[in-house]
Design a protein. Sequence first.
Length: 162
Amino acid sequence: MGSREKYKNFDFAVKAIAQTNKFKLNIVGSVLRVEEVAMLNQLIPGRWELFNNIENLTLNELYNNAYALIYPSSCEGFGIPLLEAMKAGCPFIAFNSSSIPEVAGDAGVLIDRLEVLLFNESISIIEKNREEIVKKGFNQANKFSWEKCYQETLQVYKDLYK
């Protein structure tokens, strides 16, 4: 499950949630470190929950019920959680870096800096355009599949073999 290494910017997600009373933070991933629990209990006491080793059905339900996925990672090889969110009809707020823009397309809200003000603006964008963002997410997610990945990889090998 998801890690919370420094480049994932978990602390930004917690601080962004802390500045509003609207949201609870559902954390999907590995067991929390002591310092992470301390930060959560200090900044958003009673407004967070950890989901560890969950089934895909439970993950999908979390996406279905979420206001948005917060994905502030600054370095990703691909960004599977963005696809999962889009397929589940969940808008996202993501850091505009690495491979994220390619996966996201125009389907979510990308922020150029990890600043709480930009997070708040993103919340407003989702509030005003939720239906359109969800629709764009479904369309963007349909551009990716394991079958397409397999076929394109196979073609690379065939081209190299010639």
